[in-house]
Design a binder for this molecule. Structure first.
Ligand code: ZN
Length: 233
């Protein structure tokens, strides 16, 4: 019903269905103002400085983690609609919010990465879904900051990670990824994933990047799960 309403009334807010103030907007001004976000302005734009984050991500092989929000409503709803229901209005909204965060980050003193890469999905998953959401988010950053978008990783993983605990995820992920890019890599790279739960996927990819002498790795995501919740999974 929600999707149908949005198709019939393309200028209605994706969250409350009231009319939006600008035709390009996916949310009305009230919902924009009420949108829960992770304010990192007092933490050097780095969510790793939050105990609820680093406690759940040990070991940490990267330098900065930037997330738009905790994994909570309405973000979790939009992410799942985009990823599993191919609801591209939700995808557009999330990309717009990502672009907004890029602009805000650019205004900070934090060093900008030289290139951006993304968490891969397997060929089978891409066939099912038709797109890689992490790649689309990475493209937003590449365009916003005018830096190269690198397709670095190959994934042969076909098993869904949903429903697995931390140890099962790590075992499943080991040897599932390959870095197929042969040229020298930039010293400062940004890696994008749509959601970070246990950090196991990111950890495996950072391991590959560190082996190729990448000095600084920044991670960007839409939403992260706090440590106390992630440890229950
Ligand atoms: Zn609204």
């Amino acid at each position: 019903m929600h999707r149908l309403l949005h198709l019939l009334l393309p200028n209605s807010c994706l969250w409350c269905q009231l009319p939006v103030q600008h035709p390009q907007q996916q949310l009305c001004n009230y919902c924009i103002a009420a949108l829960p976000s992770l304010s990192l302005a007092n933490h050097y734009q780095n969510a790793l400085l939050l105990p609820a984050v680093w406690r759940g991500l040990k070991p940490v092989r990267f330098d900065l983690l930037h997330s738009l929000s905790w994994y909570q409503l309405p973000w979790s709803h939009w992410i799942s609609q985009w990823k599993f229901q191919q609801d591209f209005a939700c995808g557009e909204l999330l990309c717009q919010q990502f672009a907004l965060a890029c602009q805000q980050f650019a205004a900070s003193d934090c060093p900008k990465p030289q290139a951006v890469c993304f968490v891969p999905i397997s060929r089978q998953r891409r066939k099912e879904r038709g797109f890689n959401q992490a790649q689309q988010l990475a493209a937003v950053i590449a365009e916003c900051w005018q830096i190269p978008l690198l397709d670095l990783f190959h994934s042969k993983n076909t098993q869904h990670q949903v429903g697995l605990n931390r140890q099962q995820r790590r075992a499943n992920l080991r040897r599932q990824f390959r870095l197929h890019h042969r040229d020298p890599l930039p010293e400062h790279l940004l890696l994008v994933d749509d959601v970070i739960t246990t950090g196991a996927t990111i950890d495996q990819l950072c391991r590959l990047l560190r082996a190729r002498q990448v000095q600084r790795i920044d991670i960007w995501t839409l939403a992260i799960t706090p440590a106390s919740i992630a440890s229950l999974k």
